[in-house]
Design a binder for this molecule. Sequence first.
Ligand SMILES: *[C@@H]1O[C@H](CO)[C@@H](O)[C@H](O)[C@H]1NC(C)=O
Ligand SMILES: *[C@@H]1O[C@H](CO)[C@@H](O)[C@H](O)[C@H]1NC(C)=O
Length: 285
Amino acid sequence: MHTRLAVVVALFTLCQAITEEETDNFGTTGMPEQNTGIVGTVSVTDNGDTWLFESNGVPDHDTATWPWPGVNPNSIEAKANSYNLPKNPTVAESPSCLPGGPIGMAVNGVMMFNPWNAFDENAVEGDTAEIFDQCDGHPDERGTYHYHKMPASCLFEDVEGEASPLIGVAFDGFAIYGPNDENGTRLTSDDLDECHGRYNSKGVYQYHTTTDFPYILGCYKGTPVASQPPGGKCYFASDANEDGNISDEVVVTTLASTTSSAYIVSPSLFLCIIIFLNQLLALRI
Ligand SMILES: *[C@@H]1O[C@H](CO)[C@@H](O)[C@H](O)[C@H]1NC(C)=O
Ligand SMILES: *[C@@H]1O[C@H](CO)[C@@H](O)[C@H](O)[C@H]1NC(C)=O
C-alpha cells in the first residue's frame, strides 16, 4: 500500500512542469546591479500544489547605463514580484493571449515580456527593433527590467549540441527552456506550436526560447494567472504579420481575471504517467 502511494507521489513529481530539482536553477549571482546598487533576488517556495516564485526583478548581471539618453529614458527599479503557479499545470482547451508587461519570470528573477513594443510592433527585429543592453534587457516606464528576446548572453549557457537548461517559468506554470531540445538539437519556431512550445518525452508541455519570432512565448498554452488588470492589450503571435507586427485589424482582447485552479489530473499529466509506466514496463522493473 505504502509502495503504491510512493509510486503515485513519484509519478506526480516526475510529471511536474518544473521539478523540485529544477527549482535549484532559480538563483542570482549576487552581483549588485550597476545603476541601483541593488542585488537581484529570487526564490521558489513549495506551497503544496503550487510553487511560489518571488523576486525583486533586478538583474544579477551587467546592464547598460539606464536611463540611456536618447535611447531609453527609463530606470531600473526593484519590485515585489510574486507568482503562485501550479506544479502540474493543465493545457487549456484554447490558448490565451499575451498581455503587455510580465508574462514569465526568468531563473534570475527578471521579467519576460511578449515580442511587441507599446505600438504593437516587433520590439526585437526589423525597423522597430528596440535597443537592449549587452545582456538582452532594458527597463520599461514602470522601472521593470525585462527581456523580449532570447536572453542568451548572460542568463544561461547556450552550448551547441547540448540540452538547454530550464531558463524560466511562464505565468501559466509551464517551464521555459533554452533553444536546444533534450538531445541538443537546435530548435526554431517551426519546431514549436503557436504558443512556442511542445511536449517533451515525458509528455509534459514546455516552452522554448529561440532566436526567431516570437522569441520566448507566442501565447499561453495553459491558464495564466492574471498578470495585469483586465482591459489591457492582449495578443497571440499568430495575429502578427511577416515582420512580427500586430496588424491593425486585430481586435484587442481583454484579459479575463483568472486564478489557477488546475490541480486535477490533467490530460498531459495522464499522458506523462502513461509514458512513465510504459518505460517502467520496458525496463521490466
Ligand atoms: C531524443 O532522442 C531519443 C532517442 O533517440 C528519442 O526517443 C527522443 O524522442 C528524442 N527527443 C526529441 C525531443 O527529439
Ligand atoms: C511593421 O511596422 C513597421 C513600423 O511601423 C513598418 O515599418 C513595417 O513596414 C511593418 N511591417 C509590416 C509587414 O506591416
